[in-house]
Design a binder for this molecule. Structure first.
Ligand code: SF4
Ligand code: SF4
Length: 76
């Protein structure tokens, strides 16, 4: 039983570390403000203001969908 709880804790810590390690950000000079990233984001973490997109690190879950759709290579 103790081993099972230990494994569960290990899995949770590994998942949390993996999520925390993945941070996405927008390079403003490359962003065209097209809004494609805002349409695919499942959590609504991306907004476009004054023609540039911005990712809220508190809401982003690090799925990477926005980076995949950005044809301007503006998300890293
Ligand atoms: S998809 Fe890329 S270019 Fe378009 S708004 Fe998002 S970051 Fe900017
Ligand atoms: S990585 Fe995923 S959750 Fe984070 S801003 Fe991009 S699409 Fe949204």
């Amino acid at each position: 039983m103790r081993l099972r709880w230990g494994l569960l804790l290990l899995v949770c810590l590994t998942a949390a570390a993996a999520m925390g390690a993945t941070r996405y950000w927008v390079e403003p000079v490359r962003c065209s403000g097209c809004g494609d990233c805002t349409r695919v984001c499942p959590t609504g973490a991306v907004t476009v203001e004054d023609g540039k997109s911005w990712i809220d690190p508190e809401i982003c879950i690090g799925c990477g969908l926005c980076q995949r759709v950005c044809t301007y290579d503006a998300i890293h």
